[in-house]
Design a protein around this ligand. Structure first.
Ligand code: AMP
Length: 432
């Protein structure tokens, strides 16, 4: 193919977020920031590129992500292998260790940004997607697990999302999982004749992941498999009970899903997932999280317990677009059209005046007669055009025209003295 002539397109699975959606993203991020700040979570940003071994060591060598989904490359200049982050927790744990952030205190942090996984793109599954990542580091009790779950529940509420279900499970500690692993392998080995090569391999490398399988045959095999909950010790059980009691007292509904294992190796004890009940298929998870008490030590830090969750922004925005609290954001509320001597300067001054009063305002640029300018005004989504001609300048007035008038009064174009302009515009209702 002649690349010089062919149209250059975005990489498959990596999407442009176009203007209308951009407004929704900004609103979502604003809601998230206000909510997290109100709980004392502070923003921590880590690089998108990290050393490949950070992810291999933390996520686990025998996981879908590390085996086949990472965007890794060797830097020709120094021979190092780097990876575009396939999740954010590992980078945060690295940063916390590197900057000694847990030296004398626990930390509540969050980050919002892109994540990269080489998956098969489809609705709700992309190769570049975005996450809100919330982490509480240095806390060991079930109280903080419940705090995080409650924050996520409040986020759905603020976004007006309904029909979201919470699944909860405990993965116990690694010794408990080893015993369970052996029992699970023994159970599934009875069916090896019907397993394909991939499953046979996975059976010995990461059998817990088989519990995640959506294939009918596997589901049948799994249905009769032993349960991890039967292998949990007293401490693990009481941690889960502590989380459940707190959720009960907060009125947050959940169901214990003994098959919920999550895809990464570093989790222990509490794991949870929020699922959109209305969505079919495997792309229905909008948020996943859990405890990772061993990760910081595994990465070379002083042992410290931690717990966190990640929200998939694209999936949440998709649900919001289907009728939740976020509203469509237009380029501006007010478009100022101007023509004639001194009108441009008059328009600029009025633009500044109105912005200072909280309006979003576009002042026409690029000339054109009033007809052309009003066409631009209408396309901008503005509710009101402020029209300034020679007469308005000389009499220090502004003419106001409403697009999509909502009553008889608004149907008429009207002229108001400059001193009354702000008040007149303020009396106009917000977008509904
Ligand atoms: P995970 O840690 O894989 O459970 O990811 C956390 C959240 O990110 C999920 O609950 C999804 O909402 C979202 N997510 C994961 N993978 C993708 C993807 N390939 N495309 C879009 N969103 C994703």
């Amino acid at each position: 193919m002649n690349h010089a002539l062919s149209k250059i397109r975005a990489i498959r699975g990596m999407n442009d977020i176009l203007l209308e959606s951009g407004g929704l993203w900004e609103q979502l991020e604003d809601i998230v920031r206000v909510l997290l700040n109100s709980y004392g979570y502070r923003n921590l940003r880590t690089p998108i590129l990290e050393h490949t071994h950070l992810f291999k060591r933390s996520i686990g060598e025998v996981t879908d992500i590390v085996e086949k989904e990472m965007y890794s490359f060797v830097d020709d200049l120094n021979g190092h292998s780097f990876t575009m982050r396939p999740e954010i927790t590992a980078g945060i744990a690295r940063a916390v260790i590197e900057h000694n952030l847990l030296y004398d205190r626990s930390q509540r942090v969050y980050t919002i940004g892109p994540v990269f996984r080489h998956e098969r793109p489809q609705q709700g599954r992309y190769r570049q997607f975005h996450q809100i990542n919330v982490e509480a580091l240095g806390f060991s009790g079930p109280d903080i697990d419940a705090e995080l779950i409650s924050i996520s529940a409040q986020l759905w509420k603020k976004l007006g999302l309904k029909n979201i279900r919470l699944d909860l499970n405990s993965l116990g500690q690694s010794e408990e999982r080893s015993l369970y692993r052996a029992a699970l392998i023994k159970h599934i080995e009875r069916y090896t004749s019907v397993l394909d090569d991939g499953k046979k391999k996975r059976l010995y490398s990461n059998p817990l992941r088989i519990l995640d399988s959506k294939e009918p045959l596997m589901q049948e095999i799994i249905r009769q498999a032993p349960l991890l909950s039967d292998f949990l010790g007293q401490n693990s059980k009481s941690h889960l009970k502590g989380v459940c009691q707190r959720l009960d007292s907060l009125g947050i509904e959940y169901s214990i899903n003994p098959k919920l294992v999550r895809g990464l190796d570093y989790y222990n004890l509490t794991v949870f997932e929020w699922i959109s009940v209305d969505q079919q298929g495997t792309q229905n998870a909008i948020c996943g999280g859990g405890r990772y008490d061993g990760l910081i030590e595994l990465l070379g830090g002083k042992p410290a317990p931690a717990v966190g969750f990640a929200v998939g922004i694209e999936r949440v925005i998709y649900l919001c677009q289907k009728g939740a609290a976020l509203k469509q954001i237009y380029a501006c509320e007010i478009y100022i059209a101007h023509s004639g001597e001194n009108a441009e300067r008059f328009a600029i001054d009025i633009g500044e005046l109105l912005r200072g009063k909280g309006f979003s305002v576009i002042v026409n640029a690029g000339g054109g007669n009033f007809k052309t300018q009003l066409r631009r005004a209408s396309k901008s989504g503005a509710r009101i055009a402020v029209i300034l001609g020679t007469e308005e300048v000389s009499t220090q007035c502004a003419t106001i025209r409403f697009f999509n008038p909502s009553n008889q009064e608004e149907k008429k174009q009207k002229r108001v003295p400059l001193g009354e302009l702000v008040q007149t515009l303020k009396s106009v209702n917000d977008y509904d």
